[in-house]
Unconditional design. Structure first.
Length: 247
């Protein structure tokens, strides 16, 4: 029964891959139709924002999926019990998924340029690349904190589904955080993705990039530290109880 459930769950992986591939393009298309007629100068921001949304979706779902696959094939407990810290394994997974998610940025820029006539005239290409790299890194560090909680969960995708849209909305990836209610503003400021997204968008219109980059790296480091503490607790309980059935 368990083997059948694992097979059925893993058979959904191709569908999830297709969903992650198409989602940023769909979001970009809808947003470009909404902005294109009245605000053509916003098309580049819309395309980049949709790309950032795709990167975050990749980090969130692929990190949770990696934990699930480790559990399915019986590798999760052996990996935690090895001399190599599990945090090293998990950080590499989180960073790799964020880099793979860069497909979304490339896809939405290509989509906007080819089908909507969006000019790819970046004011400072190097600054844009640097801001994007820091934003992706901050997503990876935030994703590692979430992935550390996935270790406790038998169905990590349930949490991933819950956090996908709220985080990209609160981070201002597509919709500026300034339009959000005042009581949500403190929440946006503690997310490294907010500062990373701000840096990327500012690099497109000549705004300040340095301080948002510093904020993204600083808050990302805080999330990374919390993830390390959580994983230390996970390893302690796993060795003590000889199981990962901790939830």
């Amino acid at each position: 029964m368990g083997t059948r459930a694992q097979f059925l769950t893993m058979s959904r992986v191709p569908l999830l891959v297709i969903f992650n591939v198409l989602t940023p393009v769909v979001y970009a298309t809808i947003a470009m139709y909404l902005y294109g007629a009245d605000h053509p100068e916003k098309l580049l921001h819309v395309s980049v924002g949709a790309g950032l949304m795709g990167v975050w979706t990749s980090v969130l779902f692929d990190a949770g999926g990696a934990i699930q696959r480790m559990r399915w094939v019986g590798l999760l407990e052996p990996l935690i019990s090895t001399p190599t810290p599990f945090s090293v394994v998990l950080f590499s997974v989180s960073l790799a998924t964020s880099m793979v998610g860069m497909y979304a940025m490339i896809a939405t820029l290509f989509w906007g340029a080819v089908f909507f006539g969006m000019p790819l005239a970046l004011p400072s290409p190097l600054l844009f690349l640097a801001a994007t790299a820091v934003c992706v890194l901050s997503m990876g560090m935030m994703g590692m904190l979430l992935a550390s909680t996935f270790v406790f969960m038998r169905n990590a995708n349930a949490l991933a589904n819950t956090l996908d849209h709220p985080v990209w909305l609160l981070s201002g990836m597509l919709v500026p955080v300034a339009v959000l209610p005042e009581w949500l503003q403190p929440v946006t400021r503690v997310l490294p993705t907010t500062w990373g997204s701000t840096a990327v968008h500012n690099s497109l219109d000549g705004g300040s990039v340095l301080w948002p980059l510093i904020g993204a790296l600083a808050l990302g480091a805080v999330h990374l530290g919390l993830a390390l503490l959580a994983l230390r607790r996970v390893e302690h309980l796993a060795r003590k109880q000889a199981t990962l059935a901790l939830a």
